[in-house]
Design a protein around this ligand. Structure first.
Ligand code: NZQ
Ligand code: ZN
Length: 390
């Protein structure tokens, strides 16, 4: 093991627990009087959160940006930027899942930039600051409530890229009760997403005792709590544990001191959802087992075996390769048991026609270099993993 240097910076306040949205006004003091309330397709209205927020914001002039779609599009960002600029809005509240929060991050930066907000997604050095924003999380998955990136799709070019500019919410309100209404599909996909964020940090060359433990505890939490939340959607403890680790899976904490990760599974999944608009977490669940199989060698077997022992309770006396193979099998079995697809065909992708283009795009634009992965991947390897997932 080699201890790597790290920078860890997350300036967001997490306000977690039942009913804590009532504390939002105190964090808004001194921020100005004009607010943009951004949300998705209506789940916050069904939850009663919309009415709660309107009530809490009664002393403010509230503008609204509804209809932010899953895998949010640059068009929604452009619309929001225009509103913020035209109305001189002081701050933004994102109420929803990762898509709403990501869209708001892009709006917040776009509002401080003179050109098209897509420029910022392609070149973070153009970001000139951002309008302050707050989040009220309703879905445990992406960690956008506690990280500095925001993923946006440009359907005209089939590109799905992350704005990577340390764009953090000031405060994220996290009430697990808001997630009771999340569908089984989104709950399972959210768990696969959190799990994948952990794998991105965990499955690298050098680990350390501390973050091996953090990653394994997060993975165990998912494996234990997801079935409970599916079985009983208003199980507060299960929903609370999932919401807690949603934030810590993607904030950089699981990665400290480890080999910097090129986030291979995410790089490939973003291409798949850019072309086919599939649910992010479901895409990750499909790609994870073939990627793990690609990575498994005599050299990497001990890491997979450790994962199998500590997360799935495999017998440490077994040969590392046996435990490693079993751990990968158990991973696929877990995704299936929570109702997620195991192949791209199951989400309607039955041809490899875009795989070459996807691989080229990753190599040209993804922030991480796949040569730095647990086992390096070239263009053919990326295509091979996509084909294995068909
Ligand atoms: O649009 P509404 O009506 O709100 O419905 C949403 C949406 O249909 C629904 N939902 C949210 N909260 C709900 C609820 N339904 C019932 N009850 C609730 N309490 O769930 C659906 C999916 O919402 P979405 O926000 O798209 O899901 P998620 O949080 O998984 O976000 C996915 C997006 O985040 C990106 C993904 O690529 C994808 O675009 N990611 C963002 C990351 C980040 N910022 O750090 C990292 C991730 O790896 C990921 O790439
Ligand atoms: Zn993710």
């Amino acid at each position: 093991m080699t201890m790597h240097n790290y920078d860890y910076y997350v300036p967001t306040r997490l306000v977690f627990g039942k009913g804590r949205v009532s504390e939002l006004p105190k964090y808004l003091e001194g921020r100005g009087k004009k607010v943009l309330l951004a949300y998705g397709g209506g789940s916050i209205k069904r939850l009663g959160l919309y009415d709660t927020l309107k009530d809490l914001l009664k002393d403010y002039e509230v503008f609204e940006l509804p209809g932010i779609e899953p895998n949010p599009r640059i068009e929604s960002v452009r619309k929001g930027v225009e509103m913020v600029k035209q109305e001189n809005i002081d701050f933004i509240i994102a109420a929803g899942g990762g898509s709403v929060i990501d869209c708001v991050k892009n709006i917040a930066c776009g509002a401080r930039y003179d050109g098209d907000p897509w420029d910022l997604v392609m070149d973070a050095s153009l970001i000139k600051g951002h309008v302050p924003f707050f989040a009220v999380l309703t879905l445990s998955a992406t960690g956008s409530e506690y990280d500095g990136g925001g993923v946006i799709t440009n359907p005209e070019t089939n590109e799905k890229n992350a704005l990577l500019g340390n764009i953090f919410p000031e405060v994220s309100i996290m009430d697990p009760e808001y997630t009771y209404s999340v569908t089984a599909w989104q709950t399972a996909s959210g768990s696969a997403d959190i799990m994948s964020h952990v794998f991105e940090s965990y499955l690298v060359k050098d680990g350390n005792i501390f973050t091996d433990g953090i990653c394994e505890a997060m993975l165990r939490t998912i494996v234990e709590c997801t079935p409970k939340a599916l079985e009983q959607p208003d199980d507060y403890e299960a929903r609370a544990q999932l919401m807690m680790i949603s934030s810590f899976g993607c904030c950089g904490l699981p990665a400290i001191g480890r080999t910097p990760s090129p986030w291979v599974c995410h790089g490939i999944e973003h291409e798949v959802s850019a072309f086919y608009d599939i649910t992010h977490g479901a895409g990750l669940a499909i790609l994870t087992p073939p990627l793990m199989r690609f990575w498994l060698t005599e050299e990497t077997a001990p890491r997979f075996a450790q994962y199998g022992v500590r997360v799935f309770g495999l017998d440490p006396k077994n040969a590392p390769m046996d435990n490693a193979e079993e751990a990968i099998r158990k991973t696929a079995e877990f995704f299936k048991s929570i109702g997620l697809p195991g192949t791209l065909r199951e989400v309607g992708i039955d041809s490899d026609e875009h795989f070459g283009e996807m691989a080229d795009h990753i190599i040209a634009h993804w922030f991480g270099n796949f040569k730095d992965a647990l086992r390096p991947l070239n263009r053919d390897d990326i295509i091979g993993i996509l084909k294995a997932a068909l």
